[in-house]
Design a protein around this ligand. Structure first.
Ligand SMILES: [Zn+2]
Length: 87
């Protein structure tokens, strides 16, 4: 388990929703670590992501020719994010 204490409950909810396939990557410019899930989250988890409180923050990226669109939650305190493919 690589999520920080702030992201832990969300991480566990994602795993409980049936998404278990993820990998972590490091070396991002503004983050120490990204935990990237391979499947989109359901509506219930999406609501959870969008209603997080500081130091967590919801984000959403449009994507580019080189990057798929994604969304998720970043912990600004620990510089870790949970990332999901956008539907
Ligand atoms: Zn944290």
């Amino acid at each position: 388990m690589d999520a920080c204490e702030h992201l832990k409950s969300i991480f566990n909810s994602v795993i409980e929703s049936g998404i278990s396939n993820f990998h972590t990557s490091a070396g991002w410019s503004k983050l120490d670590k990204v935990i990237e899930f391979n499947e989109p989250v359901n509506a219930q988890i999406t609501d959870m992501l969008k209603s997080v409180e500081l130091p967590l923050k919801y984000y959403s990226y449009q994507g580019s020719p080189h990057n798929k669109p994604d969304h998720g939650v970043v912990c600004n305190q620990c510089k870790i994010s949970l990332s999901f493919p956008s539907t």
